[in-house]
Design a protein around this ligand. Structure first.
Ligand SMILES: Nc1ncnc2c1ncn2[C@@H]1O[C@H](COP(=O)(O)OP(=O)(O)OP(=O)(O)O)[C@@H](O)[C@H]1O
Ligand SMILES: [Mg+2]
Length: 265
């Protein structure tokens, strides 16, 4: 069975205007798009943080590491906020009858300058092998150089991909894909359907930050992470809009769907 990683973006499952507010009905709808595909694919889910951990992480400048006297406490607050949304996602999965298994990167991963390295992911591999639906998320991670860092779900996927080697990564967010400019700021933006070695440099120039409070670099960092994953593992990545019902399910099943494909090979 093919292995697929699916990101449920924080921008789609939280109310970005209200701190620490989850959209439970949206979370359940998305989990129910994944559910019927589980007899065809092995799936690992990662979710972003939206209005949960991005806000304290920004307040305590944690993407720079432990730089101030209240940084340690800030890391605790941020870890707690990320875990709070995680518990909600896992609880929704259990309520929808999914055999989920939860994995927090902050308890086992270590990074160096923001990049996770040498992560023992044998427990996650075992959970996948047994038929669980592992759920992980973007989290605070202890860092050899800077004390702590914020590992986005894309960074978590980059580290996991090295060992688990999914065939496909589906990255769900709140826009249709990568555009030639931020569609949230420019309604006339044009969707880029495919990113490959011929246009990656231009696409990185087009891709910007998030319009929300965000500490992991918005679309630009997403593109560079996904391109790197595709280049290193041969996987194909696809960005889709989770706010449009049915797109996630179609992407998992390989049906044609509006979005951006990232294929470095
Ligand atoms: N060229 C672009 N094309 C598409 N989106 C862009 C572009 N440049 C910037 N963006 C912004 O990137 C945002 C998506 O990234 P963002 O990190 O906010 O969401 P997410 O990754 O789903 O959330 P989280 O980080 O909480 O998981 C879009 O809402 C959009 O405003
Ligand atoms: Mg993001």
């Amino acid at each position: 069975m093919q292995t697929v990683f699916i990101k449920i973006g924080g921008s789609a499952i939280t109310d970005i205007n209200k701190e620490s507010t989850a959209k439970k009905e949206e979370i359940k709808r998305l989990l129910n798009e994944i559910k019927p595909c589980l007899n065809k694919k092995k799936v690992l889910v990662g979710h972003g943080s939206g209005s949960f951990a991005h806000i304290p992480a920004h307040k305590y400048k944690l993407n720079l590491g432990l730089t101030e006297k209240d940084s340690l406490y800030g890391a605790s607050v941020t870890q707690s906020a990320a875990a709070k949304l995680h518990r909600i996602v896992v609880e929704c999965a259990v309520q929808e009858g999914l055999s989920t298994f939860s994995f927090s990167p902050s308890t086992t991963a270590v990074a160096e300058s923001g990049r996770i390295f040498n992560w023992d992911v044998s427990a996650i591999e075992k959970a996948l092998e047994l038929g669980f639906l592992p759920i992980t998320y973007g989290d605070v991670v202890l860092d050899k150089k800077q004390g702590v860092c914020i590992a986005s779900t894309e960074e978590v996927f980059r580290a996991l991909s090295k060992k688990i080697k999914p065939e496909k990564l589906i990255i769900g967010t709140d826009v249709d894909g990568i555009f030639d400019k931020d569609p949230k700021l420019s309604p006339d933006a044009t969707l880029i359907k495919e990113v490959n070695k011929n246009n990656i440099k231009d696409v990185l120039n087009y891709s910007g930050k998030s319009t929300k409070i965000d500490v992991t670099g918005g679309m630009k960092s997403k593109v560079s992470h996904l391109y790197e994953i595709s280049k290193e593992t041969g996987a194909v990545c696809q960005i889709v809009n989770l706010q449009k019902p049915g797109r996630l399910k179609d992407a998992i099943l390989g049906n044609e769907v509006i979005g951006t494909i990232i294929n470095a090979n």
